[in-house]
Write a protein that binds this ligand. Structure first.
Ligand code: GLP
Length: 245
């Protein structure tokens, strides 16, 4: 794993944007895996700024998001569909038909899951997967205990994850109990992974990621086994890592 140390959230977002924009410019066609949450917001803002200033086109880009809450419609302001449209897609010239997220509402959620993996494979797989990390080491919504062999699946969210994400909802009771997420095996199939980590709340997770054992109890630890992972982490996230060799 390559570690890029940056000062703060802004610098993390800037570096990440440079990497993604470089790939868009340098490829005839590229498939990005995208993440939601607070962490990649700055990255998306920088991409929008760049698009408006330099006119880089996203018509050659296809995206697959990691996850979606179960039971929320695409129009629900707390859905990840809504987040992606508002935070990125509607501000750039990406073709709506090239943007994909798991469906949160379906009579056949399990079938949706297997079709999502199939669609990614049929499109040639993910070239670069952007990831954030949960405080308990989750990636996507793969909570501790998830099999490293998992494909896209329906998950029951950990209470700590619901609490961490409650800040976006009116009350914690409104936070869905389940979600659909790309599995660990789906994520590990990406040709390259870019993990963004910022803030004190991620110190412990960062320490375990860099120095901990590879275990399903800490899902992000599997990234130690991927051949091409770049981590961009800021000083606050790294402070504990630096004092614990
Ligand atoms: C959420 C998302 C993850 C995200 C993580 C961290 O639950 N499903 O994809 O990486 O939590 O979120 P944040 O970036 O807001 O800290």
């Amino acid at each position: 794993m390559e570690l890029i140390k940056v000062r703060d959230y802004n610098e993390m977002s800037q570096k990440a944007a440079e990497i993604l924009i470089g790939k868009v410019k340098g490829s005839e066609k590229i498939n990005f895996g995208l993440a939601t949450g607070g962490t990649p917001k700055g990255l998306y803002e920088k991409m929008i700024e760049d698009h408006q200033k330099n006119g880089i086109s996203y018509k050659n880009v296809t995206t697959f998001n990691l996850d979606e809450y179960a039971g929320l419609s695409e129009e629900d302001p707390n859905s990840y569909h809504y987040y992606m449209n508002e935070s990125l897609f509607k501000h750039i010239d990406i073709l709506k038909s090239n943007t994909h997220l798991p469906k949160g509402i379906s009579e056949h959620l399990e079938k949706e899951c297997s079709e999502y993996d199939k669609m990614i494979a049929e499109n040639g797989g993910i070239d670069l997967q952007v990831l954030g990390i949960g405080q308990n080491g989750h990636i996507g919504f793969n909570e501790p205990g998830t099999s490293f062999k998992s494909n896209t699946h329906v998950v029951k969210l950990a209470e700590s994850t619901r609490e961490a994400n409650a800040r976006y909802f009116d009350t914690i009771d409104d936070v869905p109990t389940h979600a659909i997420t790309m599995g660990i095996a789906s994520i590990m199939k990406s040709k390259e992974i870019l993990l963004l980590v910022s803030g004190e709340a991620k110190q412990e997770a960062m320490g375990k990621l860099m120095h901990g054992e590879v275990t399903e109890e800490f899902p992000a630890s599997i990234l130690q086994k991927h051949p091409r992972v770049t981590i961009i982490a800021d000083q606050k996230a790294l402070s504990r890592v630096l004092i614990t060799p």
